[in-house]
Write a protein that binds this ligand. Structure first.
Ligand code: PLP
Length: 394
């Protein structure tokens, strides 16, 4: 018999999966090529050649120990390579000891939350959000506190965050470039968030850790520059992965980087390594660690994502949708053309368009379009969007 909690959580489980399953039914009837599935953030692209070659080399490497357990934080040479990359990007003086290799960003987020949360501690989550955050916080006994971003541009509403902080606030999760909006949080918004959190830490004599979830940090457009969270927040953990930046989601590889200047850094690092072990991850996959180490400067083909963004964005605007032009990630988050986003997604199904209602991201009234799909799907879907608009507008 299932636990009460899992029974409850299954009931509220993800809209993304629900829509994907609707898609399976449509694909069975109409054939995969005739269904336009924009539900999953599962990149259609292949990893760069350097990563594929590294895997081949590893498979042929007979050096004893390649498949053994290691330090629970990961290989020192890989952690040093990640630290070096972060030093180059942020100017913050990290070393290997500030990096813990993890099973993707999902694993990394769970490790950090497990390390810092006492029962009933609060974690501020900015809406719209990646829905799994709510389950991860719950996994470790915390309570999510949802704060809306600005309705105008989805930037953090710093005053609203400050107003939501209590003596129980232990962390704030930020995600930029953002899933589901594609918005990049501005340097100015993050600087003022940092000042507001510092003031609250002083007021409540507490530590509030910023968990910066950055799996889309390499997918940015139009010359935009991602603000460096480690430079802005003293109490910052960067949680990153290679699922999107190197198109490796199935290999489960990512890392946590802790700002060396953070409060209780040494103890926290020890806690992270302990939790990576005792959550049952033990260590990040050995081959995947080695495979990414030589490709930290590489990124998936951002140009093809930009092309898809432009085609879909321009088409949606032409059809009368209201949508912020994303600066990163591979999602569009337009307003639904009727107030009920779930109803709108159901209407879209009639045109074999699979979209995810904003409700699933804590932001009703919108829909998410994930465009990490083939160019053929993007182009062939355009008449379907047009037909959907015609139906809605009569
Ligand atoms: N965070 C965000 C915002 C995501 O969109 C995803 C995956 O889609 C993850 C974390 C999990 O990524 P990973 O595959 O690295 O665990």
């Amino acid at each position: 018999m299932l636990s009460d909690k899992i029974t409850e959580n299954l009931g509220r489980s993800s809209w993304i999966r629900a829509m994907f399953e609707e898609g399976d039914k449509l694909r069975a009837v109409h054939g995969a090529d005739n269904v336009f599935d924009f539900t999953l953030g599962n990149p259609d692209t292949e990893p760069p050649n350097s990563v594929k070659e590294a895997f081949i080399k590893l498979a042929h490497d007979d050096t004893p120990g390649r498949h053994r357990y290691m330090n629970n934080a990961g290989y020192v040479d890989v952690r040093e390579a990640v630290a070096q990359q972060l030093r180059k990007e942020s100017g913050v003086n990290l070393s290997a000891k500030h990096v813990v290799m993890t099973c993707g960003a999902a694993g990394g987020l769970n490790v950090v939350l497990k390390t810092i949360l006492n029962p009933e501690d609060e974690v501020i989550v900015l809406a719209p959000y990646f829905v799994e955050y709510l389950f991860y916080i719950d996994n470790h006994g915390g309570k999510p506190v949802i704060v809306n971003t600005s309705a105008e541009d989805f930037q953090p509403d710093v005053e609203a965050v400050a107003a939501a902080v209590t003596p129980k606030t232990k962390a704030v999760i930020i995600n930029s470039p953002n899933n589901p909006t594609g918005v990049m949080y501005s340097e100015q918004a993050l600087q003022s968030l940092s000042a507001a959190l510092k003031a609250k830490e002083k007021e409540f004599e507490s530590n509030i850790y910023v968990l910066s979830d950055e799996p889309y940090n390499k997918i940015v457009y139009d010359g935009a520059v991602l603000p460096q969270v480690l430079k802005i927040f003293q109490n910052a953990f960067v949680i990153n992965s290679f699922s999107k930046s190197l198109s490796l989601p199935g290999e489960r590889i990512g890392y946590i980087a802790a700002n060396p200047a953070m409060d209780f850094c040494e103890q926290l690092l020890e806690g992270l390594v302990f939790c990576n072990r005792t959550l049952g991850f033990v260590n990040a996959p050995a081959f995947a660690q080695k495979a990414i180490a030589g490709s930290l400067d590489e990124a998936a083909d951002v140009e093809q994502y930009k092309e898809k963004r432009d085609i879909l964005y321009n088409h949606l605007i032409k059809l009368g949708f209201s949508c912020i032009k994303p600066e990163g990630a591979f999602y569009l988050f337009p307003q639904a053309l009727i107030p009920d986003d779930v109803e709108f997604a159901k209407l879209a199904l009639k045109h074999k368009l699979l979209l995810v209602p904003g409700k699933g991201f804590g932001c009703p009234g919108y829909i998410r379009i994930s465009y990490c799909v083939s160019m053929k799907t993007v182009k062939n879907s355009l008449p379907a969007f047009e037909a959907l608009v015609k139906e809605v507008r009569g």
